[in-house]
Design a protein around this ligand. Structure first.
Ligand code: HPA
Ligand code: ZN
Length: 354
């Protein structure tokens, strides 16, 4: 485990370069909050094979390299097919705790100081894994995160939008005993054809229970889905939201209300929302005054953790230190934090030397 008092300490286990916008080879990473991260999307091939062996699950790939070679996606659905298939190796509380520990160690090496973590209970319950196994396993790791990794965390329970509204409601009721452990609800999976309005009732119920609300919208779906997430679901943040740029009035609304957009640049390229990172509209979004931040989405599948995303946009889009600092500040401004903790993290960002 890293020494949490050392801001440059690496984790135990495999680390990627911790160069979130840094220049010198060993410069400390830019402190960030990661707000768009599917914990099931952090399942690296090595852990997938280890869990498969432990749980007696047969994977349709001969090796880790063969599995990695399958990470060539044409759109969101082609990714989701593999994402749901591979999570079959996650069976026990210990599996979920190990998955979260592996993410936290990698995130710490890349400057993450606060992580708000999505999970997909329906994808596990459908395979016979009780919801309590999922939440207790994740919570066991997250409870250790401040001391072990110097990372504060929140859990966000997502509903699968390609399942029914009734299934989302049943999932919410099944999770009631654990709501004290959950900060927000979210909406993910196949977007097109599954508008936010389908989930009005479960979001009303979540808000009545004191939870925050977020939703994926405007990744592959049209700007109208972002309007629905705002006006029908009453979300506090939009996940992705890049297609808002097609609607001037929507941009004006998002800017006026400073609605955070959790943008995921490497994800957008891997899922062919943009053909090349150089085409990504992040600079235009910043210039428009949108409260955007940078996140990794499903880092095991999309080629990088959050620091890798910062480095990639810096290099491909020519973002200067001022822009990188704004992105990091936005991540903490958008986080579900108490004001004192937020101020501490913002001070860390302001003190960062590029
Ligand atoms: O990028 C994503 N989009 C929608 N649903 C998801 N579930 C995991 N990752 C994603
Ligand atoms: Zn996502």
């Amino acid at each position: 485990m890293p020494d949490p008092s050392d801001p440059t300490a690496g984790p135990a286990g495999p680390a990627r370069p911790a160069q979130a916008g840094g220049c010198a080879p060993h410069a400390p990473a830019l402190p960030t909050a990661e707000l768009h991260l599917h914990i099931e999307g952090t399942l690296e091939p090595e852990l997938a094979f280890a869990l498969a062996r432990r749980n007696g699950v047969a994977l349709p790939y001969a090796s880790e390299d063969e599995l990695r070679a399958a990470y060539s996606f044409t759109d969101l659905q082609s990714f989701l097919n593999l994402y749901y298939a591979l999570m079959d190796v996650l069976r026990t509380e210990e599996d979920f705790a190990e998955l979260a520990h592996a993410y936290l160690a990698r995130a710490r090496a890349q400057g993450v100081r606060h992580a708000e973590i999505f999970f997909d209970p329906q994808a596990h319950v459908a395979r016979g894994v009780p919801i309590g196994t999922v939440i207790d396993g994740l919570a066991r790791a997250l409870d250790q995160a401040p001391e072990a990794y110097g990372i504060t965390t929140r859990l966000i329970m997502c509903f699968l939008r390609d399942e029914s509204a009734e299934s989302a409601l049943a999932t919410f009721e099944a999770a009631r005993p654990w709501l004290g452990r959950i900060t927000a609800v979210g909406l993910d999976s196949a977007e097109v054809g599954n508008p936010p309005s389908k989930f009005r009732e479960v979001f009303e119920r979540a808000r009545a229970a004191g939870l925050k609300c977020v939703a994926h919208a405007g990744e592959e779906g049209p700007p109208g889905y972002v309007w629905e997430a705002l006006d029908i679901l009453g979300v506090d943040r939009i996940d992705h939201g890049v297609r808002c740029l097609e609607d001037e009035a929507l941009v004006a609304r998002l800017v006026a209300d400073q609605v955070p957009l959790t943008v995921c640049p490497l994800s957008n390229v891997r899922l062919r929302v943009y053909e090349d990172l150089a085409d990504h509209p992040l600079p235009a979004m910043l210039a428009a005054g949108l409260r955007v931040c940078v996140n990794s989405d499903d880092p095991a599948y999309f080629g990088g953790y959050v620091g890798d995303n910062y480095t990639a946009v810096r290099d491909a889009l020519g973002l200067d230190p001022t822009a990188l600092r704004t992105l990091a500040r936005n991540s903490f401004l958008a986080a579900f934090l108490d004001e004192e903790t937020r101020a501490g993290y913002l001070a860390e960002v302001d003190a960062h030397a590029f």
